[in-house]
Design a protein around this ligand. Structure first.
Ligand SMILES: Nc1ncnc2c1ncn2[C@@H]1O[C@H](COP(=O)(O)OP(=O)(O)OP(=O)(O)O)[C@@H](O)[C@H]1O
Ligand SMILES: [Mg+2]
Length: 218
């Protein structure tokens, strides 16, 4: 079982988009998967409710202290994906404590990169007392292909000394269009490129987890 948190206190960085696409992917591949909403805005809850009889197991937490119970609840699952809150230190700190792997979606803009520094410090402080757990990596999100900022971001993020996924989530209509139906790029109206992008992020995530990898069909 792996608990994967998608965290970034900066609003609109792509947390819910990444969480829902990862959870859908694993669920569709037959893994026991639980999607967890820790954001009071409830975007993941809205996404889940947008699909009638949504088969993906789902739970929402309103209070940080309640997250302590999640590792026990998570035991029967293969993957637990936590959609992180924006601007809520208590919830983010609680998620860091119970998580195996953190992905930090970050938009290719200096303001967004600077806004992650407190989160990176929190993660590092935790790693120091727990022999490196949770592992963490950046995923560049909402990148516009072939722009200078998108190319430069990897160098700028290197200062944080955390791995940066080679695969970017690029700006694509497929993400909001599928989200509006409670779907993902693997089960909604979509493009092959968006599916390949998520498949490739899954490959890098599996390497970070240290698992055997997951077979996917584009
Ligand atoms: N790769 C992408 N391509 C196109 N649109 C995107 C992409 N990623 C996110 N979006 C859109 O950008 C907006 C913000 O994304 P999302 O809700 O995933 O961010 P968030 O970090 O969860 O935000 P919040 O902090 O408010 O919870 C949404 O409207 C979403 O559909
Ligand atoms: Mg969100």
């Amino acid at each position: 079982m792996s608990i994967i948190s998608i965290l970034n206190p900066k609003g609109g960085s792509g947390k819910t988009t990444l969480s829902t696409n990862l959870a859908s992917f694993y669920h569709e591949r037959g893994f026991k998967t639980l999607l967890v909403d820790t954001d009071p805005q409830g975007s993941a809850s809205d996404w889940h409710a947008a699909r009638e009889d949504n088969p993906l197991p789902f739970v929402a937490y309103g209070k940080a202290e309640n997250l302590k119970a999640l590792p026990d609840i998570a035991k029967p699952y293969d993957y637990v994906i936590i959609d992180g809150a924006a601007k809520l230190e208590g919830m983010i700190a609680a998620a860091i404590k119970i998580t195996d792997v953190i992905l930090i979606p970050v938009q290719p803009s200096p303001l967004d990169i600077w806004a992650t520094s407190d989160l990176v410090e929190l993660i590092r402080a935790r790693q120091e007392v727990t022999e490196g757990k949770p592992k963490a990596a950046f995923v560049v999100s909402r990148a516009i292909k072939n722009t200078l900022l998108s190319q430069e971001i990897v160098g700028v993020l290197a200062d944080f000394e955390l791995p940066v996924f080679e695969t970017f989530m690029t700006q694509r209509q497929a993400y909001p269009r599928t989200a509006s139906l409670g779907a993902s790029v693997h089960n909604g109206i979509t493009t092959l490129k968006a599916r390949q992008e998520v498949n490739s992020i899954i490959d890098e995530l599996e390497q970070l987890i240290g698992g055997k990898g997951v077979r996917h069909v584009a």
